[in-house]
Ligand binder design. Sequence first.
Ligand code: ADP
Ligand code: NI
Length: 212
Amino acid sequence: MKNIEKIVMEKLKEDSTGHDWAHIDRVRKLALHIGKIEGANLKICEIAALVHDLIDDKLFSDEDAALQEVVQLLEKEEIEKKEMDQIVEIITTMSFSSGPQKGMSTLEGEVVQDADRLDALGAMGIARTFMYSGAKNQAMYDPAILARTKPMSKEEYRQGKSTAINHFYEKLFKLKDLMNTDEGLRIAEERHTFMEQFVEQFLAEWEGKDVQ
Ligand code: ADP
Ligand code: NI
């Protein structure tokens, strides 16, 4: 596990889009927490959490090559073929932007997907959204740019002009209802409420309503 950690840390150390090592480490801890309660295979949960962003198309332009690299990395560790297949299946199907949600096919996949989604919620979610928007030169808010709430293709989702506040409506507020596990849902509900309060306060301050 230490070796996998070292390589993931090395690959993500320059990231400014919210996929830094600290994100990976939080997702790993969440996955182990939920996985334990759900009775999942914790080795699979931990490895999948560690490598889940190594094939993200925002970070690595050639997804197939990136996946091959992950496979090679895992082949050097003590991982059986069956475990390898499961890890590959999890990381290639778990992302929000990979299109219509089909649901994960294993308990471990459900756990890791929940863990990754939880780190997009709450205080961490708010902070990461503003970091990402800053890195992409997006405004934090613009009342003239409407949130894109209709179903979008991956390209539209990535390339259309939006704002940090719109991202809450386009993605973050939808995540709670997509949680797979009971424990994931429990944590998501708390983090969801916190984000709602944040956006409400943000808009009140924007419009000067809190000083009247
Ligand atoms: P994940 O890998 O967790 O499925 P993403 O890769 O889409 O999520 O995004 C990584 C982080 O950047 C998340 O916290 C997410 O909310 C934020 N983010 C992604 N797209 C946008 C966007 N268009 N505007 C603002 N924040 C974004
Ligand atoms: Ni992630």
